[in-house]
Design a protein around this ligand. Sequence first.
Ligand code: K1U
Ligand code: ZN
Length: 172
Amino acid sequence: MSETLPILYVPSPILRAKAKPVGPGDEERVRALSERMLATMYAAPGIGLAAPQVGELLRLVVIDIGPKEAPTPLVLVNPEVVAESREMAVREEGCLSLPNIFGDVKRPFQVKVRYQALDGSRQEIEGEGLMSACLQHEIDHLNGVLFVDYLSALKRNMLLRRLAKELKMKPA
Ligand code: K1U
Ligand code: ZN
């Protein structure tokens, strides 16, 4: 298993920046980074991770919503939502960059995402329920958007203040 990477927490400005597309020539870097991102996601543990969360402003995401006993890792390079359902669903979300903070987020129940695999091939994936929420949550990270941005200002500020207090209290 690859070495894990440190995860950035709010208010790191990197989490609010727009990530750059992966381009030709990035293959080896992206392959190595995705392995370390998967190791970091499994160790956290989490069901997804976007490159900006480990300090890399690249459009790269890893996801595995499967059971621990049967890992089904997914690496998405330059992912984009190309279709979404009119039907919406509310689901409680967390974020590895906002530890111990949870909130109900309303998103399209189904999405279709276009991306490149590690070998450069063009792929599409359709997800619903948890997979849809996870795809949207991770693609949001590539655009500097966090799940708390979907909450009311009152709720968001309350959660962010609580997080700031908790992180300050943690020993270095
Ligand atoms: O991007 C991230 O911060 C990862 C995040 C993804 C996510 C969670 C919930 C809804 C949408 C997207 C997480 O993985 S938070 C941790 C989590 O959800 C989890 C951890 C262990 C087992 C099951 C879930
Ligand atoms: Zn997140």
